[in-house]
Design a protein around this ligand. Structure first.
Ligand code: MRU
Length: 373
């Protein structure tokens, strides 16, 4: 999407690859909205670390990063021994897979890279097929988000007040985003609407990333505390909810998303407000049979016990420098529990906005031939 900084507007993708230096290039999301910076990552172990430490986050974005990271590790291999080459592929794959467990997109993305590589006979050929497949995953992610926008725009009526949770915007994908795609398409169609961004504690992706995106695109919005949605729904101040997802079970229609999503879905059902989930096809897990088996990431208790922000310090020669700082908020003698995601059952979901159209959650399985092709 376009980013305007100091009056200068430029188009960026969240994730890209520089084949000349074999580097993965990422927007450093931990600095947003205070600083816009691109980082170049030169080996697959550091790429996995960038996923783990949330330099990059969001299902499609970590999918593309894992695909590029796999190609990066494969391209760094030297020598002619095919067995050693395969062992290297397995190490790179496993390292990237373990970086974050809940989103299925990295696994689907890396499986696509491995499948494409099989057509190559020499190591060199496999290396170039791996990068081409990673590029194709990234480009397909963008196409899927654009299709979601086309299908979802009709759901946004003029004057609508829409709740979104966490960040399923372009920063969570390669470009455009999923939950935001219908918003951007409706804006292009000339509709006016207002978005409530759940703050999304503990890491505040709504307050920092979604709010920054919407401000950049000139969309009317306000940040609300995570606990405020019920009150606004009860007072008739919300018309619909659109969220993204990190893993949707194709067999059951269960939706995994950032912690707090399930609570919002229960509230929306209580107040008869439509609840939509927007996903690219790489977010569908066709194998798992029940939501209970989805690996839910447990993150550091420090995320709950404190918060990050930016401090501006005065340095030598009167120059000011921005620094990312952590402050402890909670009682010093207390610990915390920090599950990163929850699972929303299909009966609470009005529709899943996919690149192939809007489906009821339980119809994903019926449509699997179309959705898998
Ligand atoms: O922990 P994060 O920030 O990687 O969480 C992922 C998310 O951004 C959300 O769960 C999002 O709503 C779906 S991913 C596009």
């Amino acid at each position: 999407m376009n980013v305007t900084i100091n009056g200068r507007t430029q188009h960026f993708r969240t994730v890209s690859f520089d084949s000349g230096t074999n580097s993965v290039r990422l927007i450093e999301q931990r600095l947003l909205p205070h600083e816009f910076k691109i980082v170049s990552i030169r080996n697959f172990r550091d790429t996995a670390k960038a996923i783990r430490d949330m330099v990059v986050r969001g299902a499609g974005a970590i999918g593309a990063t894992a695909a590029y990271g796999l190609a990066q590790g494969i391209r760094a291999f030297r020598g002619g021994d095919l067995n050693a080459f395969s062992a290297n592929v397995a190490t790179v794959y496993q390292t990237l897979k373990e970086a974050r467990p809940t989103a299925v997109d990295p696994v689907n993305a890396m499986n696509a890279v491995c499948a494409a590589m099989r057509a190559g006979e020499s190591i060199e050929e496999k290396q170039s097929l791996a990068l081409a497949a990673a590029e194709e995953f990234a480009n397909e992610d963008v196409r899927h988000c654009e299709e979601i926008g086309r299908h979802g725009a009709g759901l946004i009526r003029n004057g609508a007040r829409i709740l979104t949770h966490c960040n399923a915007g372009w920063l969570a994908f390669v470009d455009v985003g999923t939950a935001t795609a219908p918003l951007y398409a409706a804006q292009t169609a000339g509709k006016r609407f207002h978005v409530f961004c759940d703050e999304t504690r503990p890491r505040s992706q709504g307050a920092t990333l979604t709010a920054w995106e919407l401000a950049q695109q000139g969309i009317s919005h306000q940040i609300i505390a995570d606990n405020a949605a019920g009150h606004l729904m009860q007072r008739g101040e919300m018309d619909m909810v659109i969220v993204g997802s990190d893993r949707v079970l194709g067999r059951t229609g269960e939706v995994t998303n950032k912690i707090g999503t399930y609570t919002k879905a229960v509230l929306a059902a209580r107040h008869k407000i439509p609840f939509y989930v927007a996903i690219p096809l790489s977010t569908i897990d066709w194998n798992l049979k029940r939501g209970f088996d989805i690996p839910i990431e447990e993150r550091s208790e420090n995320e709950v016990l404190g918060a990050w922000g930016i401090l501006e310090r005065k340095k030598e020669k009167g120059k000011r420098k921005k620094e990312r700082c952590y402050v402890r908020v909670a009682n010093p003698a207390s610990g915390a529990r920090n599950p990163g995601f929850d699972v929303t059952p299909p009966e609470l979901i009005t529709g899943i906005i996919t690149p192939a159209g809007i489906l009821r959650p339980r119809d994903l399985w019926k449509q699997r031939e179309v959705l898998k092709s």
